[in-house]
Design a protein around this ligand. Structure first.
Ligand code: GLA
Length: 417
């Protein structure tokens, strides 16, 4: 698969620099970039201490930034045409970065400063969390421009947080390791923006590597990049953005997370990661009787999905590596998310079923679900047939026309100028 072209990055960097100058005047001190992601397999396992296999993509957020002499933070979001301006000394937030409140608690209200609403909670939350963690954040002007589609389940918010975090570190003169960047970005999203996500998106953005998928153990934080050279197999990973986002998704995510935590507590384990696949039948029965059948199905998804990630990685590392068994695991993952975890959507199910009937090796929803994007593992010579079939099926169903682009495994958050 072709790598992220230098010229596309250069073009985005130029645009960020130009935009900065128009918006704030003067030259930025640098440009920092952080990508979106697709998760190849391992969905809704990250907040269960489990395994995930994402890759950073060549769609990214670019932050052109310069330090200021005062304590003001100004952030402009190019795609929204909006600016937020706030004094770093007036960021109150919830109080402490050591806050141990449960971000999955549905009663926990978003904690952003009252002046900071919507999109601005992500970059301002990043400044807040870094300050709380003791980093000397200086006043800054930050111009953000992004090529990650918003609402497509491709982690546009993690890209925004990570690009802002690196830019603030850069202009303030301190370093952040990849692990620190990912951790603080996730906490900014959990605590400041009030979104109870796990570590998947921010770790993908921070640790991304050209031409590799990332095998992540979310309990230990270990990241093992695995070569993922689909071009050598004459194939590619196609993103199918359904362009729908169902409204029940927000509660749905917190509900699923709460169900997993309830089940783990009932089973007496720290997290569902600790249930071995071999114990699934008796565990299912126990949860179905002691809690309820729906929760037992949630547990079954998490336990089988963790196993599928490990199988997928074993196949990737096998010398007789071939695509059909990978596609098969993707199909199993999708069915489990649709039937046991119930986070798919009619548009995602249609995209997956149609892509496979038109010749894809496998396909599945990616990300949190309830809309957003599917991914399909497709031979290059089937690409047109798959896209045409999905487009036609969507038209026939009366759905919004989907968008397609190849997912190119790309480098993670870094300074680009
Ligand atoms: C969203 C969350 C992630 C992860 C996925 C599901 O993308 O932000 O933390 O839970 O859903 O795998």
């Amino acid at each position: 698969m072709s790598r992220q072209t230098g010229s596309a990055v250069e073009q985005a960097v130029d645009e960020a620099r130009r935009g900065f100058t128009e918006q704030f005047g003067g030259e930025p001190a640098g440009v920092w970039t952080a990508p979106g992601r697709v998760n190849v397999i391992g969905e809704h396992t990250d907040y269960n201490d489990g395994f995930v296999l994402p890759m950073a993509i060549d769609r990214a957020c670019y932050a052109a930034a310069a330090p200021r002499a005062d304590r003001v933070l100004r952030v402009h979001a190019a795609q929204l045409g909006k600016t937020v301006e706030i004094s770093l000394d007036e960021l109150t937030g919830p109080g402490s970065a050591d806050d141990t409140r449960d971000a999955a608690d549905p009663d926990m209200s978003p904690l952003a400063d009252p002046a900071v609403a919507g999109w601005a909670a992500y970059p301002v939350g990043m400044a807040w969390i870094l300050q709380q963690a003791g980093f000397p954040v200086s006043g800054a002007d930050v111009y953000l421009t992004s090529t990650v589609p918003v609402g497509a389940g491709l982690s546009s918010s993690a890209a925004l947080e990570c690009a802002t975090g690196l830019a603030l570190a850069g202009v303030s003169g301190f370093d952040l390791t990849k692990a620190e960047l990912a951790r603080h970005a996730q906490r900014a999203e959990n605590i400041y923006a009030g979104v109870p996500c796990g570590p998947l998106d921010q770790m993908s953005s921070a640790f991304g590597e050209d031409g590799a998928v990332l095998f992540i153990d979310t309990r230990s934080g270990e990241v093992r990049p695995q070569p993922f050279d689909l071009a050598a197999e004459g194939a590619l990973l196609l993103v199918i953005d359904t362009r729908v986002s169902h409204a029940h998704g927000e509660n749905g995510y917190a509900d699923r997370r709460a169900a997993c935590e309830r089940a783990a507590a009932f089973l007496g384990v720290p997290a569902l990661r600790d249930i071995p696949l071999a114990e699934l039948p008796e565990t299912f029965a126990k949860v179905a009787v002691g809690l309820d059948e729906t929760t037992a199905r949630r547990v079954r998804h998490v336990v089988t999905e963790d196993a599928r990630v490990q199988q997928f990685v074993a196949i990737l590392n096998h010398e007789d590596f071939s695509l059909p068994p990978l596609g098969h695991r993707m199909m199993q993952s999708h069915a489990s998310l649709r039937d046991d975890y119930e986070v798919s959507a009619p548009e995602l199910d249609l995209a997956v079923a149609t892509a496979v009937s038109a010749g894809a090796h496998g396909a599945r929803m990616t990300g949190g679900g309830f809309g957003g994007s599917a991914i399909a593992l497709v031979d290059r010579d089937r690409l047109d047939a798959v896209q045409d079939a999905v487009r036609a099926a969507f038209a026939e169903a009366g759905y919004t026309e989907p968008q397609f682009f190849p997912a190119v495994a790309s480098a993670g958050a870094r300074r680009t100028a």
